[in-house]
Design a protein around this ligand. Structure first.
Ligand code: ADP
Length: 388
């Protein structure tokens, strides 16, 4: 019987899971159910990343979890699931640290759905389905917002009437679970610079940057929602709010149209008119695809410049997540704007995705560090389940 902690990352189109052996916190099995809405496939891999189970299933979250439960119960290895840890995108003002999920916690988290309409409902649906099938299962929530509670106050404020700020309309920041992981491993990769001024760029489909000092968040590019800051796969990042007023008044956009535009039709997809996938854009010959990638890098560099100002300098830049870890050309495209700051890349190291990709004599260290959100969630889940 293997004692495990199950980690669930339930997104808008996929559910990812990982089972960590309780004592060592190493991954025993992991997997995903992708394309939940249409022709999903349930895949399980072992600790060597070899696929050991694959099955087409019917669409929907209930069917996806049913397949997962059936697999865990019928699998040749016997598991005892000690607790389930969830990635929850928004903890709002309620939670600055991981918490045990109760009815009250769920009620609080539901109030935050408007601030993360394409993440929070799916996160909470996973919690509800597990609670229904396994009412005694201990479930833990880890929040993408928590890591940023150390931000300086000015970095959290919008310049809007104070009464709205008091209601909770301020900049929370996201991708905090990933930043927490990177902060924890910084010393082993960049030594003493870890304690200095470090900018971490989490660049995947969703993308943001975090300015850290002493491995803590000082400011970040995402705000009240996960729309702000960098250009992303399908989100535009920061935009003149006047554009939204214009679309509402002159183009008669409805709320749903505007929401779709901002979350699903903009960013790399909107500008390239082709895809939100960086690999596909890099391989395309279309000038729009090239311009989309250029704008992506330009906006990231611009944001990075503003975070350097908040920190009062920069000792290191770290790239992580799908694009940050794999796309040498995006890293190069961002760094080409940063020569004035003292950033110079070692092209060979960059192209081969090495950990240190800056030149040895460069003023600023540039590193590529793979993130591991699942491990952070497993660790917190283990800690909280130990005290119950
Ligand atoms: P999510 O925010 O959905 O977790 P990921 O962190 O998985 O996203 O990042 C997905 C992005 O990473 C996609 O745009 C994909 O094209 C890009 N990506 C993954 N591998 C590569 C690669 N080898 N080269 C360039 N881009 C890559």
């Amino acid at each position: 019987m293997i004692k495990v902690i199950m980690v669930i990352n339930s997104g808008s189109s996929s559910i990812k899971f990982a089972m960590f052996e309780h004592a060592s916190l190493t991954v025993e099995y992991s997997g995903e159910i992708n394309n939940i809405a249409k022709d999903p496939v349930f895949i399980v891999s072992d600790k060597k990343h070899a696929v050991i189970f694959k099955k087409s299933i019917t669409s929907g979250y209930a069917s996806a979890f049913d397949s997962l439960f059936t697999w865990t119960e019928n699998s040749t290895a016997t598991f005892s699931i000690m607790a389930v840890g969830h990635r929850i995108v928004h903890g709002g003002r309620f939670y600055q640290a991981p918490t045990i999920i109760s009815k009250e916690v769920i009620a609080n988290l539901k109030t935050l759905i408007p601030m993360a309409p394409f993440h929070q409902p799916q996160n909470l649906e996973a919690v509800a389905i597990i609670a229904k099938s396994y009412p005694d299962m201990l479930q833990i929530a880890c929040f993408d917002t928590s890591f940023h509670h150390t931000q300086i106050k000015l970095a959290t404020l919008f310049a809007i009437p104070r009464v709205l700020t008091q209601e909770g309309i301020f900049r929370y920041g996201f991708h905090g679970i990933s930043y927490e992981y990177i902060a924890s491993v910084l010393p082993e990769h960049i030594g003493d610079k870890a304690k200095g001024n470090v900018i971490v760029a989490h660049i995947g489909n969703g993308a943001s940057m975090c300015a850290m000092h002493l491995q803590k968040s000082v400011a970040t590019s995402m705000g009240f929602t996960a729309l702000d800051g960098l250009m992303m796969g399908t989100r535009c990042g920061n935009i003149d709010p006047g554009v939204l007023l214009y679309l509402l008044q002159e183009k008669k956009y409805t709320f749903e149209q505007l929401q779709k535009l901002l979350y699903e039709q903009s960013g790399l997809l909107g500008v390239s008119n082709l895809s939100n996938d960086v690999l596909e854009l890099e391989q395309s010959k279309s000038p729009e695809a090239a311009e989309a990638l250029e704008l992506f890098c330009f906006k990231a560099a611009r944001e990075l410049g503003s975070l350097v100002t908040i920190l009062g300098g920069c000792d290191a830049i770290v790239f992580t997540a799908g694009i940050g870890e794999n796309s040498a050309s995006v890293r190069q495209g961002i760094c080409k704007w940063l020569g004035w700051l003292g950033v110079t890349l070692n092209h060979k190291a960059n192209i081969s995705n090495q950990i240190i990709i800056s030149r040895s004599n460069a003023k600023i260290l540039v590193a590529v560090i793979p993130t591991n959100e699942d491990y952070v969630i497993a660790k917190h889940t283990k800690t909280l389940s130990t005290y119950t």
